[in-house]
Write a protein of this length. Structure first.
Length: 659
């Protein structure tokens, strides 16, 4: 309608005739429909627009289902549950008292489909099936019953198969052309009159193209033989919608799945298909790969119409985590952000998840000059920011006085990360095999394992043992003693399949470098407040921090203790909490980025008084309550915080809890 967001919301609230007309044929897709909550919300909203202008409720609901709603989910059980909830919404308000007089329920299995929104076996090389027959058959099938329903279902399956064969045939011809071009380029003469030939990259490309052509031909044979499509494809099953430009609204709450929980093959496929999902410094492992929700976010723009919208609930850590950099950069520059609402502190938006949500409302196409987006839900909100401020760097959508103070201190002083490299502790990839209270292996292989939960200020109290399979040179042992060999032997295949394993002994560990350093500082990745402990000889020198901890290597025991004291000071804990990523239950993630960004003046590690305090606390951590104020004062003096701003750095730890 060309109106503002506030005016559009008023149109919807008032069920205006203009909104009803504008949305009569709107197409709404949930690409990860689950049990159908978002589809139910759309059904209620669109039904309300119709009933406000004379339609009966049950007829309006059926019309919306027939015309407006589409869903996909990988789980067959979820699809059935979504169908059931939509059916109940239709019959719940049906005034008919005689069950025999109730109209048959809509056939929703052609609208809510089981399938993978992120993967189409037929690929995306050809245009979607622009068949008006598909839309007509699907619309008729939704309300059909009896013999007509069976006949229409057969016709729809046949039409989908024919559309797939047509589309796959176009894809095959495209592959044929690329193969021919590749061979022709190899036969072209060089400057010296010789044939160019195929180099390694060209041979790899040619093998890939031929493999894809074989797979495409097999899919064509299957579709032609079976008379129906044995997999889900947006370009076929909803090809008419995509051929018309795409869905007007792609919305939902896609699955939030950490990359390490995905099979290696799926990670590789996602990296090949989705630019925003690629990560990792060296292409191996999953340490820097994003949450699965990022792939759904990028896919949503493929499915949305050029004048449509994408509105998703995604993990709030997309705003700050390193794996979100590519997505943030694209969202900041290539599309128009209308809402990027951090819902961490919104009680109405909380639900049972292991991280916090944010809401994104986006339309394709770059923003206009000076465009401002809302940083909270509701068009009445005045919390906005200029989109031009955003980039691939972490987004800070709103700034408190404490955040402004932190930014000033960070700009004034060197950061901890400039002097020390912060990194995760040892990763096993199979903790149940490597970590236990009393593993049945040789004592010479056992070390005490430090987990995040084992840490208190200046103290590491491990309770589990780690099977340390590496030698003093930080390389995996070539062989293990007998009991350890028997322990690992049944699990060889699993050990070799670990995400970071790239050859070598099956029992190798990962990120082991800092584990061998004599002077280290460790802190918990996930905690309610930042606490750090020095691991220095003799008592703590042999402890091994696992990857629920972060660790930095110091050049001496004195510096390790001083850095630990710096991190345990209340002002630093407050600053760290501001920059940490919120997690469930009031905890925060004190990542390498968050802690590495903390200010650490160069003279702090040379301060004799601070070194003395750190030594006393390392030797007797029980003195912290007595010496905390003195420690805080030394830190504040180094930071140069004015007296008027000190209270904010001493009152709370950033989670709302008094220290």
């Amino acid at each position: 309608l060309g109106c503002t967001g506030a005016a559009a919301e008023a149109h919807l609230d008032e069920h205006s005739a203009a909104a009803a007309a504008a949305l009569r044929d709107v197409t709404v897709l949930d690409p990860a429909a689950g049990s159908g909550a978002f589809l139910l919300g759309a059904l209620d909203l669109l039904t309300g627009l119709r009933t406000a202008h004379g339609e009966r409720l049950t007829e309006a609901r059926r019309a919306v289902l027939r015309r407006n709603l589409f869903g996909v989910d990988l789980s067959a059980a979820a699809v059935r549950l979504a169908e059931l909830r939509l059916w109940l919404a239709v019959v719940a308000d049906d005034p008919t008292t005689d069950p025999r007089a109730v109209e048959p329920l809509p056939n929703l299995d052609c609208l809510v489909r089981q399938g993978d929104s992120l993967h189409d076996p037929a690929g995306s090389g050809a245009a979607p099936a622009a068949s008006p027959e598909l839309a007509s058959l699907r619309s008729r099938l939704v309300i059909a019953s009896g013999a007509e329903k069976a006949a229409l279902a057969r016709s729809l399956r046949a039409a989908e198969a024919n559309a797939a064969v047509t589309r796959l045939g176009a894809a095959e011809r495209m592959l044929d052309r690329r193969i021919a071009d590749c061979i022709a380029a190899a036969g072209a003469p060089t400057l010296f009159g010789q044939k160019k030939g195929l180099d390694r990259d060209a041979r790899r490309l040619l093998r890939d193209l031929r493999a894809r052509r074989r797979a495409t031909r097999e899919l064509i044979r299957r579709a032609a033989r079976d008379g129906e499509l044995p997999w889900f494809s947006y370009s076929v099953h909803f090809g008419d919608v995509l051929a018309a430009g795409g869905f007007d609204l792609v919305t939902g709450n896609p699955p939030w799945v950490r990359a390490e929980q995905l099979p290696r093959e799926q990670r590789q496929r996602l990296a090949a298909c989705f630019r925003w999902w690629r990560g990792g410094r060296d292409g191996r492992g999953y340490a820097h790969l994003p949450d699965l929700a990022v792939a759904f976010l990028e896919r949503s723009f493929d499915l949305a119409a050029p004048n449509g919208a994408v509105a998703l609930v995604v993990p709030a850590k997309l705003m700050s985590a390193s794996w979100g950099a590519a997505a943030r950069a694209a969202l900041a520059h290539d599309v128009t952000l209308h809402v990027a609402a951090d819902l961490i502190h919104d009680r109405a938006a909380r639900f049972e998840a292991t991280t916090y949500p944010m809401a994104l409302v986006v339309t394709p196409g770059p923003p206009s000059a000076g465009h401002r987006l809302r940083t909270s839900l509701g068009t009445s909100s005045r919390r906005t920011t200029r989109q031009a401020r955003l980039s691939g760097a972490p987004w800070v959508l709103t700034r408190t006085a404490l955040e402004r103070l932190r930014d000033r201190l960070v700009a004034t002083h060197p950061s901890l990360g400039e002097r020390f490299r912060c990194q995760l502790g040892v990763k096993t990839g199979a903790n149940d095999l490597f970590v236990a209270r009393a593993p049945d292996v040789e004592e010479e292989l056992l070390r005490w394992a430090v987990r995040g939960r084992d840490l208190q200020p200046f103290v590491a109290s491990p309770t589990l043992r780690l099977i340390w399979t590496h030698g003093a040179d930080d390389r995996p042992r070539a062989t293990l003693p007998p009991r350890a060999t028997r322990h690992f032997a049944p699990h060889r295949r699993r050990l070799l399949a670990r995400a970071d394993h790239d050859g070598g002994a099956p029992w190798m560990l990962f990120r082991t470098g800092p584990a061998l350093a004599p002077h280290r500082v460790v802190w918990a990745d996930l905690a309610r407040r930042l606490v750090a402990a020095p691991l220095t000889p003799p008592a703590a020198g042999a402890l091994i921090p696992l990857n629920s901890c972060y660790v930095l290597v110091a050049p001496s025991s004195a510096i390790a203790r001083t850095v630990a004291a710096w991190l345990n000071a209340r002002p630093i804990g407050r600053l760290a909490a501001v920059g940490a990523v919120p997690a469930a239950g009031g905890a925060r993630r004190y990542t390498a980025r968050a802690v590495g960004a903390l200010p650490l003046p160069a003279e702090a590690c040379r301060d004799d008084e601070l070194i003395r305090l750190a030594g006393r606390l390392a030797n007797d951590p029980s003195q912290l309550a007595l010496l905390q104020e003195e420690l805080d004062d030394r830190v504040l003096a180094h930071l140069g915080v004015p007296a008027g701003e000190r209270r904010a750095l001493l009152a709370e730890d950033g989670t709302g809890n008094r220290r």
